[in-house]
Design a protein around this ligand. Structure first.
Ligand SMILES: [Zn+2]
Length: 452
């Protein structure tokens, strides 16, 4: 039996993330895009169903390449509203150490639901907290990803350098190197899918230079090479971090990265703000990718990622919502809008176009996670698509629909398809009771900060 063919017909506008013409829409067959229909044409293949997209803007599903789902439980927590990264972390570590499996599941579901409703079809998460009783934190997240039907790269984070040894996190939040590596290996073997159309992938993600030992950085790089999975970490986010690296290792951040075997095309970094010119060139030559997280960077006053300089040097730029305690939203369209405006302050209005920023959220992000099957509207690519209506007040009077997405502030997709399946219909996530989720998540969030 052949798969059903659906024509998503005559969208009001299309951003394909390439130079193809899909003005007449796309034909989806099974999990993939089978045909692009040029303006004014009909599909050459007969279709079983038609979806009228004439009042909607069609995009490839957006890809979020940096996040900490569990932090949705500590959004806008008063003690850390007005502090930069290091004191922000120091105050939050003891709260986060109380995390349990149920709270993590709820937090992950809230973060992913929010992402999905903003047009995100593939997300990563960087989870590095494994307090006692939470050894299977990633397994908990795998289940939630499956429930929502999203694609994900869950990164097995780690912290191994406690306060007593000169690191930032308290001792009870760190794990032994051997435990981390054993669990990383287990997760790769159990969950990591390879090849086109993969739904679940695992990457290795020691948290940051100030929370892991050099040994775990080195061992993770070797394990990633052996198992052919990707590497992720925070780097060059703040000057405090740079000073930490100079004091502890006698190295700047990129030198440190190189010293532990991470300066290669397997690696993508979150933030990537404080680089000098020669470091930018080295990152480009090495094929390292950088995830730009504008809201988090503004929220913590960390600095501004030199996106265009990095791109000119050959570094792929992706987009990440980061957070959720440093954003505090999980909305990829909102993030794209902020990226547009923040980067214009540095590079000017002509260099930073809505198309360039949407390119970061699709093609760029996909490069970071080593994917080429999910980032554009083209024949043979996965049918991961987002459709935005523009009938709200905020769009009234707007002209160019693609620009309007960012300039008027689109925040919510009307329909989202992942691998050929509708996951959001008329603004609602299929099969998810959102009010019930919010009520349970709120309770868990209150419990987490009680008596702190
Ligand atoms: Zn982060």
């Amino acid at each position: 039996m052949s798969a059903q063919r659906l024509w998503i017909k005559n969208p009001r506008a299309v951003f394909t993330a390439n130079s193809h013409d899909a003005a007449g829409g796309v034909v989806v067959e099974g999990a993939v895009i089978r045909e692009l229909v040029p303006a004014g044409c009909e599909p050459t293949l007969s279709c079983d169903a038609v979806f009228d997209a004439s009042e909607r803007v069609l995009l490839p599903g957006l890809i979020n390449t940096h996040h900490h789902f569990y932090q949705t439980l500590t959004r806008a927590w008063a003690p850390v509203v007005n502090v930069p990264l290091f004191p922000w972390l120091k105050q939050l570590y003891p709260v986060w150490a109380r995390l349990d499996a149920e709270a993590l599941a709820l937090a992950s579901k809230v973060a992913m639901a929010e992402l999905l409703l903003s047009g995100c079809t593939t997300t990563t998460d960087h989870h590095y907290l494994f307090p006692q009783g939470m050894e299977e934190a990633i397994d908990v997240q795998v289940d939630v990803v499956g429930e929502l039907g999203m694609r994900a790269v869950l990164t097995r984070g780690s912290m191994s350098l406690g306060e007593d040894d000169g690191g930032l996190p308290p001792r009870h939040t760190v794990q032994q190197g051997e435990t981390i590596l054993r669990d990383s290996e287990r997760l790769i073997k159990r969950y990591h899918q390879r090849g086109e159309g993969a739904w679940m992938q695992i990457a290795l993600a020691p948290c940051s230079p100030f929370s892991v030992t050099s040994e775990i950085m080195r061992d993770s790089a070797q394990l990633a090479q052996r198992e052919d999975v990707r590497l992720h970490t925070h780097l060059a986010e703040t000057l405090d971090e740079e000073n930490f690296c100079l004091q502890r290792f006698g190295l700047r951040t990129v030198d440190y990265l190189e010293s532990v075997g991470w300066l290669n095309e397997r690696t993508w970094l979150a933030h990537g703000i404080h680089f000098d010119e020669s470091e930018i060139q080295r990152l480009g030559r090495a094929g390292v990718g950088v995830c730009h997280c504008p809201v988090s960077n503004m929220r913590l006053a960390s600095g501004m990622c030199p996106t265009v300089d990095l791109e000119n040097a050959g570094v792929a730029i992706g987009l990440g919502v980061d957070g959720s305690a440093s954003n505090d939203a999980s909305n990829i369209m909102y993030e794209a809008r902020q990226a547009l405006y923040l980067q214009r302050l540095r590079y000017g209005a002509q260099a930073i176009t809505p198309q360039r920023v949407l390119g970061w959220a699709t093609q760029g992000s996909a490069k970071l996670i080593g994917r080429s099957d999910i980032c554009e509207i083209a024949v043979g690519k996965q049918a991961d698509l987002a459709l935005f209506a523009q009938d709200e007040l905020r769009f009234s009077g707007s002209h160019d629909p693609i620009s309007a997405l960012l300039l008027c502030g689109a925040e919510r997709a009307e329909h989202v398809m992942i691998g050929g399946k509708w996951r959001v219909i008329d603004g609602n996530i299929v099969g998810l009771d959102v009010p019930e989720l919010i009520s349970r998540h709120r309770k868990a969030a209150k419990k987490l900060v009680a008596d702190i």
